[in-house]
Design a protein around this ligand. Sequence first.
Ligand SMILES: Nc1ncnc2c1ncn2[C@@H]1O[C@H](COP(=O)(O)OP(=O)(O)OP(=O)(O)O)[C@@H](O)[C@H]1O
Length: 444
Amino acid sequence: MKSPISDPRRRTSSSGYRTPDHRHTYTSSYDSSGASTNIDKSNSSRNPLAAAARSVAAVFVACFTPPDESNSKSFVDSREFKASSSSSVASDSSGASAQRRQGSHRRLSSSSYKLTQGKEPRSLNFTMEDIFRATRNFSPAYKVGQGGFGTVYKANLQDGTVVAVKRAKKSLYEKHSASEFQSEIQTLSRVEHLNLVKFYGYLEQGDERILVVEYVPNGTLREHLDCNRGNILDLASRLDIAIDVAHAITYLHMYIDHPIIHRDIKSSNILITENLRAKVADFGFARQAPDTDSGATHVSTQVRGTAGYLDPEYLKTYQLTEKSDVYSFGVLLVELVTGRRPIEPKFELKERITARWAMKKFIDGNAISVLDPKLDHSAANNLALEKILELALQCLAPRRQSRPSMKKCAEILWTIRKDYRELSAASDFHSFSSSSQKRASIKE
Ligand SMILES: Nc1ncnc2c1ncn2[C@@H]1O[C@H](COP(=O)(O)OP(=O)(O)OP(=O)(O)O)[C@@H](O)[C@H]1O
């Protein structure tokens, strides 16, 4: 049977390749215009109604959260594609459009910007002096990461807030990243959600481009799956993380004015808190979703994202919709249950594209064989694995119309988690009572 997952390697001839460590270094032969349709919200950034609008948004988010909610960067061969086309909005009257319109009534109708809540820095605009002081002159001792964008430092602001300072590589900024930096600022300043990295401010001065965001202390999801952070991430935590990510993306797609498509959902962009909950980061590729109210169903734009996570339909047609994030989320689900990277070049050919390999096993009735070997085959794990792969299969549908919305994904995951908890509790009870019985019979 032909796998529904297409092979990202085959796409390389028509798109640019970039290694993850040199995210901004390559522009493909398609990148002729470099045209950008980044979100333009500059006029509304000081809107006095912002605080009220954001509070309403927070209520929506709270309503969306289920009642039982508690509250590494090393792709072996991960490469990014970058090709371009015109930045136009096209229209049709497909089912996808209708579906998005259904959701659009829940969107807020105010441009909303709010940057202060709780213990947060006073100012959106930082000075170079603030940044130097906070990072001790970009001391290597404060460095916590290095990505395609630049170097990331843990820093202390004067008011005691611990933040992450992301300093763009100068050479990259000059060449390719101007619009990416602007896009990240504009997106970050519009969003506020428990499962998104919080934006504190930025600095643009001379050739310095700096972002100040919430510091998330426990590494990336990829690092946890690789066990680079100590303990093995159990399936319960993986399910919580999947739900957190689903909430974050649902919020971006549905609960803000001018919905946003993230375009780079991947395990190294999911930051993990001390309580093993997830925060989605890195909005460098994010862009505004099509305006469904005016009948648009997709945005035609250059392809951006990371190999292995890229929606094949977007790659082929340059038509971007929220469903491209759903596809990437499907890849992430497979990654969560198998522990493998989306592309594993060292494995034999039929196992190299993880999602394709796992989906084939699932369709053949052998889902259990793809479970991350670090996890045990308990009844609860096995059942959750099957259910998660079933959802992943839907997310990875070749045609975007067949993929569920992110909201639907979250709802399905809630059910999977509920069943998982019940089955785990029942098994715990069973093993407790049988060991008690054994002890009792030994005494007799
Ligand atoms: N807000 C943050 N809090 C704590 N650590 C962070 C934060 N943001 C990034 N990091 C760390 O810095 C590393 C690099 O992050 P960055 O976002 O620059 O790049 P990336 O997303 O890993 O790579 P790319 O930009 O190529 O996708 C991350 O892998 C993570 O370990």
